[in-house]
Design a protein around this ligand. Structure first.
Ligand SMILES: N[C@@H](CCC(=O)N[C@@H](CSS)C(=O)NCC(=O)O)C(=O)O
Length: 292
């Protein structure tokens, strides 16, 4: 059985709060106390966080390393890093069974289509609510098994209509603390924009509060993007420090209506490609980039 090296740190307060100790009420102190871990504890889970720098996207590799087949899945692979990700899968002796998407991304093309052309039997996954094509269309409450481990599907619309969060299962063999792969529903100290693809700030607020903030406070949050170099957060941390989602709903809607972000550069290419999970015609020649 493979044992993963773990770095587990127990803290009574996050560092920023530590300095504020004297200014906090006892109630605030109590709610601020939670365990934080840089990696989950599991005898079975093999876990890697991978980064694509052009779109600042995180791809996550999860595998049941104690299962004879070492079944593995990738969450939010990117077309540009397919070779890197598949090399890693091969080197680690894993059997890649799923290429999963949290939603129809607007800023990059998913790697799930390219991977299907390279890995026989690999199945692409996206939510039914996204109205996209994939091998498996998942819905809230579904459980996605890889070996003895599984991910639960939670519907977290708001950034787009079909956004889902994948959460590691509950049970004696499942990773502790739990892990939530939130796509763009919640980012570290931020959240996904809500100004296109059926986005709704009201829906996003409701999604995060009902589907993510109700998870145990030590649940690790792994988003699809980070633009500041942060890698992981927890439910407890975001409930305290998220500058948007800690506000009341009206203030949140106001913040989201005034983000003034420019549209993602790739949106016109990425959205149609991702509606078919980036499925590439195996016989098609690669399209050359043109310049004016
Ligand atoms: N500049 C980037 C796009 C940046 C962006 O809009 N990011 C999205 C997630 S990808 S659609 C977002 O929701 N950002 C929220 C925020 O507060 O930054 C590009 O041109 O690709």
């Amino acid at each position: 059985m493979l044992r993963i090296n773990l770095l587990r740190v127990r803290v009574s307060l996050p560092p920023a709060l530590f300095n504020l100790r004297t200014k906090l009420t006892p109630q605030a102190m109590a709610s601020a106390s939670f365990t934080t871990s840089s990696q989950p504890t599991s005898n079975k889970l093999l876990f890697r966080q991978l980064f694509e720098k052009e779109s600042s996207t995180y791809t996550y590799l999860l595998a049941d390393a104690s299962h004879p087949d070492k079944p593995a899945l990738l969450i939010d692979p990117v077309d540009k890093t397919v070779e890197r990700d598949l090399s890693l899968v091969k080197e680690l002796g894993l059997k890649l069974i799923y290429a999963m998407n949290t939603h129809v991304h607007a800023d990059h093309v998913t790697g799930s289509g390219l991977m299907k052309n390279k890995v026989p039997g690999l199945k692409s996954i996206i939510s039914k609510a996204s109205k996209s094509k994939a091998d498996l269309l998942i819905e809230a409450g579904d459980k996605i098994y890889f070996g003895d481990l599984f991910l639960e599907v939670r519907a977290t619309p708001g950034h787009t209509l079909g956004c889902v969060t994948y959460v590691t299962g509950e049970g004696p063999d499942q990773p502790q603390p739990r892990m939530a792969f939130t796509g763009d529903a919640i980012l570290i100290r931020g959240c996904g924009r809500t100004d296109f693809q059926g986005g709704s700030s009201q829906q996003l607020y409701e999604s995060v509060h009902s589907q993510i903030f109700t998870l145990p406070k030590d649940t690790l949050i792994y988003p699809a993007h980070d633009y500041k170099g942060l890698t992981v957060s927890t439910v407890g941390e975001e409930m305290l420090y998220n500058p948007r989602l800690t506000k009341d709903e009206e203030s949140f809607k106001n913040i989201m209506a005034n983000l003034n972000l420019s549209y993602p550069k790739m949106i016109d290419i990425a959205v149609p490609a991702n509606m078919v999970c980036g499925l590439q015609d195996i016989s098609a020649k690669p399209v050359e980039a043109t310049s004016n």
